[in-house]
Design a binder for this molecule. Structure first.
Ligand code: NAD
Length: 253
């Protein structure tokens, strides 16, 4: 039996990915706060350890496909929580599942964001603390900063964390890529739309295609990245954002 592990499988993009992988015949193991095989809170080290332990039992130490989708939006006031889930929760799962991926020659997609390169400072102290794996320092640096200031930085650091692992993990037979969506019609985006001030940030991001993505569109590209067809794609960052990144950073790639 082939196992697919999806964090954030209870909602949005993760739920659509789960459905696609189940349709392909994978045994899907979802990790989320509720409504999944593994119920765990990825904001704390204890919750992450529990998630890893329970999942490894269910998949008998072998993960064929891994999708890291669990995340919180920048509309949340608690910037520390955004960093804990989006960076430390994601990286803990990646590293915790590394041996199980290696055993299966597994493939992995991590959901970043096109915001990782927009209005972010690659040298920001919070990014450096995240990449150093220092959660206490990260939390200290963030202080009472709003989630809006942390979200893009957490995705920036997460994207770099994946690329830092690409050389060794690739040699070990694991394939991993980052997908960088723009605004996508999920519960998270609804939270942004409903926020009295953060919602205005959506009008500041130009989208040449003039619409937000649907979660099934992002899930379809993730399915492709996990497929045999994409077998030579590794360590890549794939923007799926209706052209926003190209418009905002035409000379960056
Ligand atoms: P969503 O809110 O529908 O799904 C996110 C899931 O993560 C939820 O099921 C939620 O319960 C889970 N989650 C949150 N905190 C958790 C925790 N502490 N422990 C365990 N699970 C937790 O949102 P979505 O848009 O499907 O988000 C999926 C991913 O896509 C996220 O990483 C998000 O940052 C990223 N993303 C979303 C957008 C967008 O506009 N929707 C854009 C770019 C990137």
């Amino acid at each position: 039996m082939k196992h697919a592990v999806i964090s954030g499988a209870a909602s949005g993009i993760g739920a659509h990915v789960r459905q696609r992988l189940e349709n392909q015949g994978f045994n899907a193991i979802g990790i989320d706060l509720k409504d999944t095989e593994v119920t765990a809170d990825l904001s704390s080290p204890q919750g992450r350890n529990l998630a890893i332990e329970k999942t490894l039992k269910l998949c008998q130490g072998k993960i064929d496909r891994l999708v890291i989708a669990a995340g919180l939006g920048g509309h949340l006031e608690d910037g520390q929580l955004v960093a804990r889930v989006n960076y430390f929760g994601a990286v803990a799962l990646l590293d915790g599942f590394n041996p199980a991926l290696e055993t299966a020659n597994g493939r992995c997609v991590v959901i970043g964001s096109n915001s990782a390169q927009m209005r972010t400072n690659p040298e920001a102290p919070m990014v450096e603390a995240m990449l150093a794996g220092d959660e206490a320092k990260t939390i200290n640096v963030i202080g009472d900063a709003h989630g809006a200031l942390v979200y893009g930085h957490s995705k920036h650091a997460l994207t770099r964390a994946v690329r830092h692992r690409a050389a060794d993990w690739g040699k070990a037979g694991i394939r991993m890529n980052v997908i960088a969506p723009g605004p996508t019609e999920t519960a998270m985006l609804q939270g942004v739309k409903d926020h009295p001030t953060i919602s205005k940030s959506l009008d500041m991001i130009p989208i040449p295609q003039n619409r937000f993505a649907l979660p099934e569109e992002i899930a379809a590209i993730i399915e492709f990245l996990l497929s045999d067809t994409a077998d030579h794609m590794h360590g890549s960052v794939i923007y799926v954002d209706g052209g926003s990144d190209a418009q905002v950073r035409p000379d960056g790639f």
